[in-house]
Design a protein around this ligand. Structure first.
Ligand SMILES: Cc1cc2nc3c(=O)[nH]c(=O)nc-3n(C[C@H](O)[C@H](O)[C@H](O)COP(=O)(O)OP(=O)(O)OC[C@H]3O[C@@H](n4cnc5c(N)ncnc54)[C@H](O)[C@@H]3O)c2cc1C
Length: 494
């Protein structure tokens, strides 16, 4: 049995910890925050609960299988998410992709010709990936056959669109400056790879889930189980250095103390693992470090957290569903212009109300609301260039803008606010150490790839016995990236 140290208690670190402790390894997780969970965590303010990172997950078959594998599936409140889509032309709570298409066709009759062409291609992407997403219980042979057929179709589409961004793809069908073009470009990350669009559609309409009692309940369940299996979880324990000897990981330095290990799993940010934590940079090739340094990360996000003196029933009247895409943007916002102070005024927003999933997530008779939008990386010289007063002002400004926008759907919103705060990408970085508040590992732009393969998990590192156990093992990260990393790491540890 081995002595294993895991750095970070996000979903990747927690799952790897559970798998290894179950096998009898001696496992310690070091987590810098006072709570486990990372991006699958949440926090309470004045009796209101908010998500600290993700609001949802897809690839439910993978998530459920992992929880079943640990015997925990029946102890967690996973629930389906459906989404409402709104702008001045559309307003619909969508149950399926075909319903979504119907809504778009009837909202933009003047663009019917372009829409037909656009959806002819998107249909191919969507229906190719659907058999993998749906994971329906079918007889073995029909299932294998549908996977093989779908696999061939996906490979063809991948070849066709592998280097194209979503923006470039969308502009092939619609006038660059049209609202409909901006609308389709805002599905997913800005400039993500076009071939991910089918997966994004299938995820949103067919496989979109959350934890009704909040993501933190998931992290708590995994950390409690980890401890029951004999694992040690050290909170408030930032790892300062990864210690190596002869290019092999041998332990960590935390709060001036050395902890030895046979294996290390770095279950947090990849850039920081190699650019800051590694004790001896000469242990890895200089070209590798240069590549890590240069690599572009996924976009960050800003989130307004509002505690409202509005009942869930009232809030539901306005939102209709807990999750609303309010994509009423204005020209220019898609540019993600780092020095455009007006950017947030033009961008579309997402609204998410945790207490509509579970009333226990807000005080009785009240509700919780989050308002989010993607942020340009290092906006306004990284939110004020270190000037605290300017940072405070920029935060206040953006918070006001987001409240105003949400107020277009929730009349008199300001009158109900009991608590308000804003998280910027700097806040996300502060609490999770993800570079620039990257929301899902590396850039999703096909022209800025770190790994060759977009969806393969790669846990090996140039340091022996040091593995990547976080979403950063996969170009597009996410919960699936973290889960596959955890399994791949556990498999390698003897
Ligand atoms: C707003 C938002 C929306 C998202 N939406 C989705 C979605 O719809 N679907 C999806 O699949 N994914 C989504 N994601 C991404 C997903 O949440 C993450 O990719 C995933 O949860 C990351 O898990 P992880 O275990 O790899 O790392 P993290 O959750 O980042 O956890 C890393 C942990 O390591 C700790 N740590 C780091 N360095 C150190 C150190 N030196 N010492 C000690 N501890 C350290 C951190 O404190 C943190 O707790 C979203 C993320 C955000 C922020």
């Amino acid at each position: 049995m081995s002595n294993v140290i895991i750095i970070g208690s996000g979903i990747g670190g927690l799952l790897a910890g559970n798998l290894l402790a179950r096998e009898g390894h001696q496992v310690t997780i070091f987590e810098s925050h006072k709570m486990p969970g990372g991006y699958t965590g949440g926090f309470w303010r004045k009796g209101f609960y908010f998500e600290s990172g993700t609001l949802s997950f897809e690839t439910s078959s993978m998530v459920f299988a992992a929880m079943e594998d640990l015997g925990l599936l029946d102890q967690i409140s996973f629930t389906r998410q459906h989404t409402r889509w709104v702008n001045k032309e559309i307003d619909g709570s969508m149950q399926s992709y075909e319903e979504f298409k119907k809504m778009i066709f009837s909202a933009y009759p003047e663009a019917i010709f372009q829409l037909e062409k656009y959806f002819a291609e998107v249909d191919k992407m969507y229906y190719a990936i659907l058999p993998f997403i749906k994971n329906e219980k079918e007889a073995f042979f029909p299932k294998v056959l549908s996977y093989i057929t779908a696999g061939f179709k996906m490979a063809g589409l991948y070849r066709k669109y592998s280097d194209l961004t979503l923006g470039e793809f969308t502009e092939r069908f619609f006038d660059k400056d049209s609202k409909i073009c901006r609308f389709f470009k805002s599905i997913g990350y800005p400039n993500m790879a076009a071939f991910l669009l089918g997966g994004a559609m299938a995820s949103i309409f067919d496989d979109y889930w959350t934890v009704a009692k909040g993501m933190q309940s998931w992290a708590d369940l995994l950390s409690d189980n980890f401890k029951k299996l004999g694992g040690e979880l050290r909170l408030n324990s930032y790892v300062d250095k990864i210690l190596t000897k002869n290019c092999r990981a041998i332990g960590v330095l935390c709060n001036k103390l050395v902890y030895s290990a046979d294996y290390l799993i770095a279950a947090g940010d990849y850039k920081k693992t190699f650019l800051q934590l590694l004790d001896d940079r000469s242990a890895v090739p200089a070209e590798f470090l240069a590549k890590v340094e240069k690599a572009v990360v996924s976009e960050g996000i800003v989130t307004a957290y509002l505690g409202l003196s509005l009942s869930n029933a009232e809030l539901e009247k306005y939102l209709k569903l807990p999750h609303v895409f309010y994509l009423e943007d204005e020209p220019g916002a898609e540019l993600l212009e780092a020095e455009d102070r007006e950017y947030f005024k033009r961008a579309g927003i997402n609204l998410y109300a945790p207490s509509l999933h579970h009333p226990g997530l807000a005080p009785e008779g009240k509700s919780s609301l989050m308002i989010q939008t993607i942020a340009p990386t290092r906006w306004m010289k990284n939110w004020g260039n270190g000037d605290h007063e300017l940072y405070r002002r920029l935060k206040a400004e953006v918070l006001e803008v987001l409240i105003d926008k949400a107020g277009e759907l929730i009349p008199k919103l300001r009158d109900y606010i009991e608590f308000a705060d804003l998280a910027t990408p700097l806040t996300y970085e502060k609490y999770t150490h993800n570079t620039a508040g990257a929301t899902s590992a590396w850039s999703w732009n096909p022209q800025k790839k770190f790994y060759k393969n977009f969806i393969k998990s790669q846990v090996e590192t140039p340091i022996k016995n040091l593995y990547t156990g976080s979403c950063w093992s996969m170009q597009i990260g996410g919960v699936p990236g973290a889960i596959s990393a955890a399994y791949a790491c556990a498999k390698r540890i003897k």
